[in-house]
Write a protein that binds this ligand. Structure first.
Ligand SMILES: Cc1ncc(COP(=O)(O)O)c(C=O)c1O
Length: 403
């Protein structure tokens, strides 16, 4: 059979990226890779995970190895809800507002599938998270790009797009992927006002919010917008997506969605058809780690290490990159974005950089349009000396390209 004639129409909306093939080379051990979004593996709490697995298997072995509720195990959902209730707000988030998902990525996929019809208009920052575009393109939606600057999404540019009848906004307000930028408080408030004025929903994706190295913590857009109804139930135009991937380990694949019960109900139905439920054992392990304070122990270690790596990278960029090249200065997260003079194509630079054993991700795939002269650098995965070395090499490659 010729399978190529059998694929569903929606597969035509996905695009294969030549850069992806190139990036397979970055797995070579002598490569200095700023390409992936990988946390530092040497900081994973391996022993604590081992202890938690042992403890959970001893205490709850039979439940932990059994099928479980699609919504997620109750203690983990309660733990997530309690984190949000800690800040004091006019509503209480309950277990029924939380869905445990197999990584935040699954939540993003499910949210798109339950909310978006073919042809619906969806506003995203341009550039935005590559795998969100990958998940939602097959739905046949129309993406509208809103520009962003050093203070995140330019909210002034949002209103004309809302007037075109957009159904949903997707945003990463804090330490955005790929730019590393953060939406200012004033813009968060302005955005909240627009959500209310146009009665439009926002998906707030926040995998990096806990990884802040400088500046003041800001309220989630979710916190600014959410209200209680007459019965004290959560009512929010914001659906919040969170994950344990960056504060514990991505290998457990545990994330969550926080939303009105009506949204969670619908997501549960779709999740059932996708994977029945998220790994029961991994949920038990994650709950033990969260409950026993391992995230609280991890956060200062992660923040200290990543702050150092960010600072080393920023200093190396200033020292080695030629005039005419600019970059963002993130207060947290894992990434920054570099902009080259407009005539230089980052994918061409990557070809040369890989020969010199340094890799990054060209920015084009994060963009709805344009971005050929940009690239994303990850600073969490490589050791400081390798960051210094890699940026020096990249500086030489760029000097040749600029010349
Ligand atoms: C913006 C954004 N959202 C979601 C995810 C997915 O996270 P998870 O590992 O929880 O699936 C990532 C992962 O890199 C991300 O950068």
């Amino acid at each position: 059979m010729n399978w190529n004639s059998q694929f569903a129409t929606r597969t035509q909306y996905t695009k294969r990226s030549a850069v992806r093939e190139l990036l397979k080379l970055t797995a070579q051990p002598d490569m200095i890779s700023f390409a992936g979004g990988l946390p530092a593996p040497e900081l994973f709490p391996v022993e604590k995970v081992k202890e938690a697995a042992d403890l959970m298997l001893s205490e709850f072995g039979h439940q932990a190895l059994q099928y479980s509720e699609t919504e997620g195990i109750a203690p983990l959902r309660d733990w997530v809800a309690a984190q949000f209730n800690r800040v004091g707000q006019p509503f209480t988030i309950g277990r029924d507002n939380v869905l445990i998902v197999s990584g935040a990525q699954q939540g993003l996929d499910l949210i798109g599938r339950v909310l978006l019809n073919e042809g619906d208009k969806v506003i995203v920052e341009n550039p935005t998270y590559l795998a969100l575009l990958g998940a939602w393109r097959p739905l046949g939606v129309q993406f509208l790009g809103v520009p962003s600057d050093e203070n995140g999404m330019v909210v002034d540019a949002l209103e004309p797009l809302l007037q075109q009848g957009a159904k949903l906004i997707y945003s990463i307000p804090t330490f955005q992927n790929p730019q590393g930028t953060t939406l200012s408080l004033a813009r968060r408030q302005q955005l909240t006002g627009l959500l209310r004025k146009y009665n439009v929903g926002l998906l707030e994706d926040n995998p990096y919010g806990e990884l802040r190295y400088s500046g003041e913590a800001l309220p989630h857009v979710f916190q600014l917008e959410a209200e209680a109804d007459a019965t004290g139930q959560l009512r929010s135009r914001v659906i919040y997506s969170g994950t344990f991937s960056k504060v514990l380990t991505p290998g457990l694949r545990i994330g969550w969605v926080l939303a009105d019960e009506a949204v969670i109900d619908k997501l549960v139905m779709f999740k059932q058809g996708t994977d029945l439920h998220t790994s029961t054992l991994n949920q038990y392990i994650t709950h033990a780690l969260a409950r026993d304070g391992v995230i609280d122990q991890q956060l200062p270690r992660l923040r200290a290490a990543y702050k150092q790596r960010r600072d080393v990278m920023l200093a190396a960029l200033a020292q080695h990159f030629p005039a005419g090249v600019t970059w963002t200065r993130p207060d947290g997260g894992l990434f920054l974005m570099v902009t080259l003079p407009t005539h230089i194509n980052a994918a061409d630079v990557l070809q040369v950089a890989i020969q010199h054993k340094v890799a990054f991700v060209p920015g084009e795939d994060f963009h709805l349009n344009g971005g050929q002269n940009t690239f994303r650098l990850n600073f969490s995965n490589a050791q400081p000396e390798r960051i210094e070395q890699g940026i020096a090499i990249l500086g030489q490659v760029l000097r040749m390209a600029v010349a």
